[in-house]
Design a protein around this ligand. Structure first.
Ligand SMILES: [Zn+2]
Length: 227
């Protein structure tokens, strides 16, 4: 399956051919729908006039979950993303990378994140929650975002990623059978990543922390929105 969302994250509509159908689940030869995974919700939208209520990453494929049974193998469809939702996730995703970059430079390990349309959350290791410190990182993040900067996405061979200081930790944790990694590089942070991002840090807007939570030993959680 051709990942149109990798070639152009701003592609809102596309044409495709149905290659497989199982009940309400549809596979296409190419798609702009980015499947749920890595803390990102699956894209929603339409195939012709049938609603796509979820999309799920399935190995190297994307399963389009329809609201009802439709289509058969070989059908031509016109796909359309719910762009408002998708663009919010792109902004949230790049914002999360910016925070991860700043926090990990200070030795804080981000252990997970769940991005939402209105609010996102991020878990990180910190023995005693230091809100002031985190708010400082957010301030720096907002300065960087306001200045802007290109989000660079490129492919790298596993052996080269293992030689790269900024990538070695994560590259080593990746399954060895994948030989080429898609790298998302925003300057302050660089990591193997299969998701969708904005093209420029300027598009993030302003990050605002809405809540902190303690989630057990060492584990802290923050919630943020974009303004
Ligand atoms: Zn990511």
């Amino acid at each position: 399956m051709r990942k149109l969302f990798w070639e152009d994250a701003y592609l809102k509509e596309f044409d495709a051919t149905v290659v497989k159908v199982e009940g309400n689940n549809v596979w296409l030869d190419q798609t702009a729908f980015n499947g749920r995974g890595g803390g990102l919700p699956g894209d929603v939208g339409w195939l012709n006039d049938v609603k796509v209520i979820d999309s799920i990453k399935n190995n190297d494929d994307v399963i389009h979950v329809l609201e009802k049974t439709a289509f058969k193998e070989g059908d031509k469809v016109h796909g359309k993303l719910d762009w408002e939702k998708r663009y919010k996730i792109m902004r949230m995703h790049t914002a999360a990378h910016l925070l991860i970059g700043l926090m990990s430079k200070e030795g804080l390990l981000v252990t997970g994140n769940q991005l939402g349309y209105e609010e996102s959350r991020m878990d990180f290791n910190m023995e005693i929650l230091d809100k002031e410190k985190i708010l400082k990182y957010v301030e720096v993040a907002n300065e960087i975002a306001a200045k802007g900067g290109k989000v660079n996405i490129y492919f790298m061979k596993r052996e080269d990623a293992l030689k790269d200081k900024g990538l070695i930790k994560m590259a080593a944790a990746m399954p060895p059978e994948v030989e080429e990694w898609r790298i998302v590089d925003i300057g302050i942070d660089k990591q193997p990543d299969g998701g969708v991002h904005v093209a420029d840090l300027k598009e993030i807007g302003r990050i605002k922390i809405t809540k902190f939570e303690n989630k057990g030993k060492n584990n802290r959680r923050l919630y943020f929105v974009l303004e």
